[in-house]
Design a protein around this ligand. Structure first.
Ligand code: PGA
Length: 249
């Protein structure tokens, strides 16, 4: 019922010269939607070089559709340059740029209004998990977005569960830990809109590798992954795409 989604988040890495060789090595799968998030500066080059079936997007987006906002990039501009997806609320932006739940919700809503599909990232820090507050944190982050997004657009969001302690650390959440939180997120969505809850994809991010992807993606409520470090290598990322189980679509 839900087609898996596997996304590559290049963060502030990747060079223009890497794009063509990357595309030449990339292997897609009809079992999954595959999306590449290079830097915004590299978006157009990626769009032009992308093989059929690969979509591209940006790692962040502005809240406004245009105007005097120096340095910002609007969702309309992303669409104009051939992008179709964006990430909002990545923990690196919440932490480094101080992005609030409210700001993330505004970005998700602006993206949807322009026709961009947002991956809304949520996830607890290690301190929050150890204090027993992981679910409260994730619930709060997601509720801010669900309250803001137009009901008719709800099923177009993707939720990215990315525990902060697993990002870039080599220490992925276990498949059980991830499934537990994905199930919790699904129940939060269900309480709001049971139809949308069955359609919305919830992807896991945090040290996904070719070695752990199959076990993670086999879980009932894990509909793919958001991959950072391992996505910079086209072969490793292709192996992660290939880990999407048969019969999930
Ligand atoms: P990682 O990053 O795969 O390097 O842990 C994931 C992410 O931040 O999206």
């Amino acid at each position: 019922m839900r087609k898996s989604l596997v996304a590559a988040n290049w963060k502030m890495l990747g060079r223009f010269a890497d794009i063509a060789p990357y595309m030449a090595q990339l292997r897609l799968s009809d079992r999954a939607d595959v999306v590449l998030f290079p830097s915004a500066l590299h978006l157009q080059a990626a769009v032009l070089a992308a093989p059929d079936g690969l979509k591209c997007g940006v790692q962040d987006v502005g809240t406004s559709h245009g105007g005097a906002h120096t340095g910002e990039i609007s969702a309309d501009m992303v669409v104009e340059m051939g992008g179709s997806w964006c990430i909002v609320g990545h923990s690196e932006r919440r932490i480094d740029q101080g992005e609030t739940d409210d700001l993330v919700a505004t970005k998700a809503s602006a993206a949807l209004k322009s026709g961009l599909l947002p991956i809304v990232c949520v996830g607890e820090t290690l301190a929050e998990r150890e204090a027993g507050h992981a679910e409260t944190t994730v619930h709060r982050q997601l509720a801010a977005v669900l309250d803001r997004v137009d009901r008719s657009a709800l099923s177009r969001i993707v939720v990215g569960y990315e525990p902060v302690w697993a990002i870039g650390t080599g220490e992925s959440a276990s498949a059980d830990q991830a499934q537990e939180m994905h199930g919790f997120i699904r129940s939060q969505l269900d309480a709001m809109d049971p139809v949308a809850a069955r359609l919305i994809r919830i992807v896991y991010g945090g040290s996904v590798t070719p070695d752990n992807a199959s076990e993670l993606f086999a879980q009932d409520d894990i509909d793919g992954g958001l991959v950072g470090g391992a996505s910079l290598d086209a072969r490793a990322f292709s192996a992660i795409v290939d880990a999407v189980p048969v019969g999930v679509a």
